[in-house]
Each structure stands twice: as C-alpha cells, then as structure tokens.
Design a protein around this ligand. Structure first.
Ligand code: COA
Length: 482
C-alpha cells in the first residue's frame, strides 16, 4: 500500500502537466505525442481478445503457403505451419506427385504412411511448373501467398524460372524459404538425404561405440530437424515483414541444422585442447583421447554421468533397458536404493570426481539392481526419490501409450483410401491455437478449388489451363466420386 502512494501522486502530477500544456498549445502537442514511435511490439498489438483461449482462431490464420516441398525435410516444415493455422497449398507434379506417395507402400495403390504422416492439413494442386500455363498459375499463386517453401535440389527453382528476383518482383512481400543439403561452399551443389546430413553435420562421427563404426540415429535430425529450423525462420521472416513490409529469403542447410543439434560435441572438441574429457567413460578406462571428439556410446552428453542398463526381461525383450543418471545431488538416494549405503561415505564413491574413474564398476553395480526390476518398476522407484531415469520405450509402447493419445501427440487419422492410421500430432502445444490434425490430401484433390476459389480464375481460364495439360488428368478423388 505504501508503495502505491507515490505512484498515484506521480500520475496526478503527470496528468496536471498534460492539462497545463494542452491549455497552452493543444493541437501541436497532441500531434507530437501521437508521432512518438512505439518502442515495443506490445504497443502495436490489439486489445486482448475476450474469447475463451483456444476459441479465437489459430496462430498463423491468414497466412498462405505455396508449398513446393517433397520427401521429408520440407514437408515437415509446412506440416508444422499448417498445424499452426497456415493455409498450405502443396504443388505436385501431375500424375506423380510427391515421390513419397509411392515409397514404402504398405497397402498397394494407397498413399504411403511416409506421405500421409508428413502432409496433414494441406491442400494439393497438381501443376506442371515447366509449362506456360503452369507458370501462369504459379505467378497467381505467388501473388496470393505469403511464403514459398521448397527443398528441391540446388538450382531447380531457378531452372523452373522462379528466381528470387522474379518472385520478389511479382510479390515483394513474399518470403522464399529453402532447405538445401549444404550452405554456400564446396558442397553446395550436392543433393542430400537424411543420413548424408547426419554424417556431414557431425552426428555420425560422435554416435556409436568407441570401438565400432560411426552410426546414424533413428531420429531424423537431418530432415525433420532441418524442417523445424526452417519453420522458425519462416515465422520470424513473417514477423519481420510486419515491420519492413517486405519478404526475404530463408535458407536452412541440413548440415547446419545437424551441427546445431550437435552443438555439445563441438563444445567437447574445444575442451579436448585442455585435457581429457573426464565425463566420457573412456577416461575412466584409461584409454587416451585422439584429436577429435570420440564416439561415447551411451555416455551422457552433459555433466551428469549416465548409461543404459539392463532391466528384468532383457534376455528376450530388446527394449527391457533403462537410462540411468547418477545425478550428483541424489547420489545418496541412489546408494540407499541399490543397497550400497556404504558408498555414501566411502572416499572412492562419495564425491563426483572420485566416481569418474569408476563409472563402469558403478553402473555394473546399479545394473545388478535394475535387472531385478522391470523398466517401469525402476522408473517408479527412482522417480519417487527424484532420481532421473528413462525407460527405453519401443514404438509399440509409444503407440499404445494413453497419455500421448490424450495430449494429441499420437493421433488416429481417417483416410478415404487407407482407412484409420496412427500419426504423430503437433508436438508444439499452444494454449490459444489448438491443433486439429486432418488427413493428407489425395493427389490433386484441391486443384479445381484452388484455381477457382483461391486464385479466382474464370471458368474459361480454368478450361484453358486444363486443356493445356498443365494440371494433368482429372484428380483421382473426383474421378472416384463420379
Ligand atoms: N512440375 C514440373 N517439374 C517439377 C515439378 C513440377 N510440379 N516439381 C519438381 N519438378 C522438377 C524439378 O524442377 C527438377 O527438375 P530439374 O532437375 O530439371 O531442375 C526435378 O523435378 C527433380 O527435382 P529434384 O529436387 O532434383 O529431385 P530429386 O529427386 O532428383 O532429388 C533430393 C531429391 C531430395 C535429393 C533433392 O531435392 C535435394 O537435394 N533437395 C535439397 C535437400 C533436401 O531437402 N534433402 C532432403 C529430402 S528429405
């Protein structure tokens, strides 16, 4: 209460000052005040909505994306934008479409899960971008979209005639976003797939066991990871456009995206110059370090030692394992839990530096305990006393996990030709922009709708475009309905 008084006094004084000034020269002073530029974006946003959270549209409502992506990296990006509310129009080659429609097919002649799980919430138009009529449609699309997203091989967009200069001249507000394998440099012309990026970005050289070959990881950090980086770049470019009024180019190279995710390994590379990496188990095993960061098996990447340990049933279940972290603050609880209370005071074990050369023995001892319990029992017992552990969950267990269904992280989607299938929903949860996951489009399903309703071509113009073959044959969905 006492603090509020001076504030009120100040505001009274301030209003008196305004009145005084206004009585002298009202018009010019008011004008000068209005001309003051807002210092934060907070001053430019409208009044808070009175609608309940989740009932006032989506984060990217009003943003339209010309989606020229294929395979995985680009589609991951545009799918995220679609989940966040953007209207995503996917351009596909007539008769063929995104190559993944036909890759790894589990059901003959039905869009593969590879495609359906990466292209939710989008519309599809078939268009031969190399034809005259196709380019006419593309020009109209560029003029009616906010961002063009592509992940063609280097130079492909330019070869189509869609140079940045041309796009920018057609629509100066257009953001042009690209995934490429490498940034400018010796490899920029190379075509790149997931594992190429994992290898070139430092992931493979640091993954696996020290005495084995480099390993790629199942997490698609090259493709999906880069798509995620690109989505952030696009949203930021759109945000900057609010101020500058113009679009810009956004480039995410897969090598850069992977390296960004391997940041801690570049950290370790520099630490190597100052001595061995003592949290790596090879330090405890007295194996000298070389010039580059070695593969560290299942060592933890941070300052708290960890390892994967067998649990009950490991002899037959390949996933009966748990990641166990010997976090320093809970060391005494670990000693109690595994039946080694004497380690709490033993100078060889009591303090973290003393434990580092003995990590192998310590984890072997903890494993004797974890092998008597299932991974879920270990999880329960450890979490009860704040010991961080991670059960090795199989894809089957994740697919069946009720809590992931409840949050929409795993969703069941219905598809007209495939039927019901499981997908990963939007992992980014916004409290005021709720994601509804809808099925991927059939090839060219929305060609007519986009030509007429979005691009406003007249029936005669649409007939001309179609007669030229620029959109290919009649869309499959329509044919099935007729
Ligand atoms: N109409 C007409 N032509 C079309 C078209 C359309 N709607 N859509 C694509 N094309 C053409 C392209 O213009 C290109 O023609 P060009 O080679 O004559 O210039 C051609 O189809 C093939 O495109 P491209 O990107 O080279 O496909 P690809 O199958 O040979 O290569 C990748 C695939 C993924 C290796 C390559 O696109 C790439 O390196 N992309 C960048 C990195 C990336 O995203 N990699 C990860 C993919 S998950």
């Amino acid at each position: 209460m006492a603090k509020k008084k001076p504030a009120r006094a100040k505001s009274k004084a301030a209003s008196r000052k305004v009145v005084k000034l206004a009585s002298r020269k009202p018009a010019p002073k008011l004008k000068a005040k209005a001309a003051v530029k807002p210092k934060t974006t907070g001053n430019r946003v409208p009044k808070p909505s009175s609608k309940p959270f989740g009932k006032d549209g989506k984060a990217l409502d009003g943003i339209r994306i010309l989606d020229f992506t294929h395979v995985q990296s680009g589609p991951t990006c545009t799918q995220l934008l679609a989940w966040l509310g953007a209207d995503v129009i996917k351009i596909e080659r007539p008769g063929v479409g995104d190559i993944t429609r036909g890759q790894l097919q589990d059901v003959p002649n039905v869009d593969s899960l590879y495609f359906t799980m990466l292209n939710h919430n989008k519309r599809s138009i078939t268009l031969d971008s190399k034809s005259k009529q196709g380019m006419k449609v593309l020009e109209r699309l560029v003029k009616n979209c906010d961002a063009l997203v592509e992940n063609f091989a280097p130079g492909a967009l330019d070869r189509m005639g869609l140079t940045w200069e041309r796009i920018h001249a057609w629509n100066p507000r257009m953001v042009v976003a690209s995934v490429k394998g490498f940034g400018p440099g010796p490899y920029e012309e190379c075509k790149v797939y997931e594992n190429v990026a994992q290898c070139a970005g430092g992931s493979a050289s640091t993954t696996g066991f020290r005495d084995g070959p480099p390993l790629v990881t199942g997490a698609q950090i090259g493709d999906s990871g880069t798509g995620l980086h690109l989505a952030l770049g696009i949203v930021c470019a759109l945000f900057q456009r609010n101020r500058t009024g113009r679009g810009q180019r956004v480039l995410t190279a897969m090598q850069d995206g992977v390296l960004n995710l391997c940041r801690v390994k570049l950290r370790d590379q520099q630490r190597l110059a100052h001595g061995p990496l003592n949290e790596y188990s090879q330090y405890g095993e007295n194996i000298p370090f070389g010039e580059a960061v070695p593969r560290a098996g299942n060592d933890s990447g941070g300052g708290q030692p960890g390892w994967i340990l067998k649990c009950k049933g490991w002899e037959t279940d390949p996933d009966a394992y748990i990641y166990f972290i010997t976090q320093a603050p809970v060391w005494e609880k670990i000693c109690e839990l595994i039946g080694k209370p004497e380690w709490k005071t033993d100078p060889d074990y009591a303090k973290p530096p003393a434990r580092l050369p003995r990590l192998k023995h310590i984890f072997n001892t903890i494993e004797q305990w974890t092998m008597t319990k299932t991974k879920f029992e270990v999880m329960e017992l450890c979490n009860a006393v704040d010991i961080p552990v991670g059960p090795i969950l199989s894809m089957k267990e994740l697919a069946e996990e009720p809590s992931l269904r409840a949050t929409g992280t795993i969703v069941e989607v219905d598809h007209p030709t495939r039927g019901k299938y499981l997908s990963v929903g939007n992992p980014i949860k916004l409290s005021d922009s709720i994601t509804e996951v809808t099925r991927s489009p059939l090839l060219g399903e929305h060609t007519n709708e986009i030509l007429s309703k979005v691009l406003k071509f007249t029936p005669a113009e649409i007939a001309e475009i179609k007669a030229s073959g620029a959109t290919g044959e009649a869309p499959k969905a329509k044919m099935a309905a007729e």
